[in-house]
Design a protein around this ligand. Structure first.
Ligand SMILES: Cc1cc2nc3c(=O)[nH]c(=O)nc-3n(C[C@H](O)[C@H](O)[C@H](O)COP(=O)(O)OP(=O)(O)OC[C@H]3O[C@@H](n4cnc5c(N)ncnc54)[C@H](O)[C@@H]3O)c2cc1C
Length: 321
């Protein structure tokens, strides 16, 4: 149905890459535009010291992984049986999870095999072509196109200014609420004694939502930990200095362990649109059929919702539903 259609996909996160893959597999000619240097969005990896670690979602749950592997069996996903505890280190149980190999962004890279990708290209406006179709305007002042369709695969607040041509989609994106997360990656000189048997900690804590040993994931080494602040704390300090945030997160970990944590390397990142707090279910395609949205906020929240939104969109385009 998409044979030889030139389709622009804006956003190289999981949803955008999955849509691009499915369009390409159906004979379409998707081109992906991404404002960052690499792919993955909230499933991105970052350098720390000499290694690379996951900066966004720490792991993929089994249901989402099964959906992804159903879509493409050879995706670089590996099971990660890990030991999980609460923040008081009272309980510890083995749980299943999945991780992209060798790093988070490998998943989106694999999905985009053979699909043209333009990184460091932020799309700032869409212009409707008078014969149907779209031109894209980039932040650098370039014009790309024309495209028969445009798929916006970006977080709801970033979709709003690009959806002026569709009232219902713009209203839906405006009403979605997304919350921030501060994240810090630490390279430690050695594994903390109290965390010798634990890979992931989650639960009630005044500052932290999750502590994850990135180096425990399959194929990784070193002593890299990811600390994720909880939503309430991240919202309260959303505009704080990253250096200060890093020290607060290290302080919280030190207090929890009862020992002073002194990282050899530290990286702090603010995800302004980390999680979907609320959104409404929508038909993801505009009435003209050539403008569409996908991303976690379209189907709920989290990785599974991002996957479902890509599948929902392809179905809606195919059946004109
Ligand atoms: C710290 C953290 C922890 C998380 N933990 C979990 C978890 O445990 N379980 C879970 O299920 N989910 C978790 N999530 C959420 C999960 O990562 C997301 O739901 C999912 O990755 C969203 O994918 P997406 O494709 O919808 O959006 P994104 O990954 O946000 O992709 C959107 C892409 O669009 C790009 N973009 C935006 N605007 C433009 C523009 N104008 N032009 C070009 N490109 C643009 C962005 O740079 C980005 O790459 C977590 C997220 C974070 C940040």
């Amino acid at each position: 149905m998409f044979a030889d259609e030139r389709i622009a996909v804006i956003g190289a996160g999981l949803a955008g890459c999955l849509v691009a893959r499915q369009l390409a597999d159906r004979g379409g000619m998707p081109e992906v535009f991404e404002k960052s240097r690499g792919t993955g969005g909230r499933l991105a990896a970052a350098r720390l010291g000499g290694a690379s670690a996951d900066l966004g979602a720490a792991l993929i749950d089994s249901k989402a992984a099964m959906h992804l592997l159903d879509a493409r069996a050879q995706l670089p996903l590996e099971q990660w049986p890990h030991k999980r505890s609460d923040m008081k280190l009272m309980t510890c149980a083995e749980e299943e999870g999945w991780v992209p190999m060798p790093r988070a962004s490998s998943l989106t890279r694999a999905l985009l095999e053979g699909v043209p990708l333009y990184t460091e290209t932020r799309i700032v406006a869409l212009e409707e072509h008078n014969q149907g179709g779209w031109w894209l305007h980039t932040e650098a002042g370039e014009t790309k196109g024309p495209y028969t369709r445009v798929v916006l695969a970006v977080p709801a607040p970033q979709a709003v200014p690009l959806l002026a041509a569709s009232d219902p989609l713009q209203r839906a994106a405006s009403s979605a609420r997304m919350t921030p997360s501060w994240v810090s990656l630490l390279e430690l000189p050695e594994r903390p004694v109290k965390l010798a048997e634990v890979d992931v900690l989650e639960g009630d804590h005044p500052i932290l939502a999750r502590i994850c040993r990135d180096s425990s994931k399959p194929g990784r080494s070193g002593e890299i930990w990811q600390l994720q602040a909880n939503t309430r704390w991240s919202e309260q300090y959303v505009d704080a200095d990253p250096g200060w945030v890093g020290q607060q997160l290290i302080g919280a970990l030190s207090a929890l362990l009862g020992e002073s944590v002194k990282p050899d390397a530290l990286r702090v990142h603010r995800w302004l649109y980390s999680n979907v707090e609320s959104s409404q279910k929508i038909r993801p395609v505009s009435s003209c059929g050539s403008l569409a949205v996908c991303g976690d906020w379209v189907c709920g929240q989290g990785i599974l919702a991002a996957v479902e939104s890509a599948n929902l969109l392809i179905r809606a385009l195919e059946t004109n539903d």
